[in-house]
Design a protein around this ligand. Structure first.
Ligand code: HAM
Length: 413
């Protein structure tokens, strides 16, 4: 028997209701905030990610699905931001309007060690707003992530925010941290001992207990390395969030695992998820558009992990009443009449299906109930003689005689 590849998931019909519900709610909400959908390829030139995400990040070091073809090296996209910036530049989108807001949904790929909430193929729902440095945009983007969660019905999510400052601030913070952490290098985990040389900021959000203890013991003065502009920017972001009554906590150890971030970073967690508790994350990346060959433009975005959203959603999304009509026929002639009714209902945009397995009436009604049909439409000898249909309301349990015309009129009301 064949099995799915480790770290991948089948999305079965029973999960699809919530899956599609989340997508639909997000689409509507993004449109409300004036974001337009963008779709980029699943494969990109590996160099795009090497350049954007940072050589020393975990994704580049060990999580990329790479395949080579002659002199070319392709990667399955591990995230959406770099691709969208590439598409923005390549398609000259800045020529129509410098400030543009995009949203996206789709699969991402990372060669991770699979565990609950950590897959090798997973889905992002995210957005990127490119072309503004304004702090109020940071507020809008964080508020949007909060609005999405409450519209989807995810309760008790926590938003953590921090600022990394500009590139110069980040370098100054890295220097300070290296000086403070080098004397206790032997107590850091193996990964963080490497990070001390390559990516010291990541030590701040290492989950290993020994590293956390050391980080907690650091002098809490990281914010003093912020330049005035970055400090003011962050103050405005916080003021904006307060004015919108968005709840958040400040976490000066929040760094994020991608090198492109500058200034505001944020992460949204949910306690029900265990070790992989981030349902979404994002931040500003003011240098990325320029670094990838575009104009000098500020940008910010975030992405939710769809599978983690699904895990943290405890209720069923019920976007619209299921109005399926299930046709139950008795005998060959009734079956033909049923097939005609099915065709007419569907032409009138009414969802309908029929029992093709020639079940007993009892068995067919059970199937209608399993399908959560709103009505069962019964056609037997009696109905054929009288030229009527028997309509059973599956919720109320009542039964009436009707005609197809009347039923269509009623369903359209
Ligand atoms: P990220 O934190 O790497 O950020 O991913 C965003 C979210 O995707 C995570 O919070 C998590 O919910 C989900 N996720 C990540 N890896 C996995 C995995 N292996 N299995 C399941 N879910 C996963 C980014 O990718 C940035 N591009 C976000 C962003 C957009 N920043 C600015 N704009």
């Amino acid at each position: 028997m064949y099995k799915r590849v480790s770290g991948t998931k089948d999305i079965l019909p029973e999960d699809i209701i919530n899956w599609q519900g989340i997508e639909e709610i997000c689409r509507k909400t993004f449109r409300l905030y004036n974001y337009s959908e963008i779709r980029t390829p699943l494969i990109e030139d590996s160099a795009l990610f090497n350049r954007s995400l940072g050589q020393t990040t975990e994704i580049i070091q060990k999580q990329m699905f790479i395949f080579n073809n002659k002199d070319e090296s392709y990667a399955l996209r591990p995230e959406g931001t770099a691709s969208i910036v590439r598409a923005y530049i390549e398609n000259n989108l800045d020529k129509s309007s410098r400030f543009l807001k995009f949203y996206y949904m789709g699969p991402m790929f990372r060669l991770e060690r699979p565990q609950k909430g950590r897959l090798r193929q997973f889905n992002h729902i995210g957005c990127e707003a490119i072309g503004s440095y304004d702090a109020y945009l940071d507020t809008e983007v964080i508020a949007l992530s909060d609005a999405l969660l409450s519209r989807i019905g995810v309760k008790d999510a926590k938003i953590k925010i921090n600022t990394l400052g500009c590139a110069a601030d980040k370098a100054a913070l890295a220097e300070k941290l290296r000086n403070e952490l080098e004397p206790c290098a032997e107590f850091l985990c193996e990964e963080c001992r490497k990070r001390l040389k390559t990516n010291v900021l990541r030590i701040l959000d290492c989950k290993t207990e020994s590293c956390r203890k050391i980080v907690q013991g650091l002098k809490n003065s990281k914010q003093e390395y912020l330049c005035n502009d970055c400090r003011n920017h962050f103050d405005e972001v916080k003021k904006g969030l307060d004015s919108l009554k968005i709840k958040y906590t400040l976490d000066h150890n929040l760094v994020r695992g991608l090198d492109y971030y500058t200034q505001t970073v944020f992460e949204i967690t949910h306690d029900s998820l265990g070790a992989q508790d981030a349902i979404g994350a994002g931040g500003r990346y003011n240098n990325l558009v320029k670094e990838l060959g575009g104009p000098d433009l500020g940008a910010i975005g975030f992405a939710f992990g769809m599978e983690r959203l699904m895990l943290s959603l405890k209720t069923k999304i019920n976007l619209e009443e299921n109005k399926l009509i299930y046709i139950v026929t008795l005998g060959k002639e009734a079956m033909l009449s049923g097939a005609q009714a099915l065709e007419i209902l569907r032409k009138n945009n009414i969802a309908a299906d029929m029992d093709y397995e020639k079940k007993s009436v009892k068995g067919a009604m059970r199937r209608a109930s399993d399908l959560n049909a709103r009505y069962a439409l019964i056609i037997g000898e009696d109905e054929l003689k009288k030229g009527v249909l028997t309509l059973k309301d599956m919720q109320k349990g009542t039964q009436t005689e009707t005609t197809l015309d009347n039923l269509i009129k009623e369903m359209k009301c």
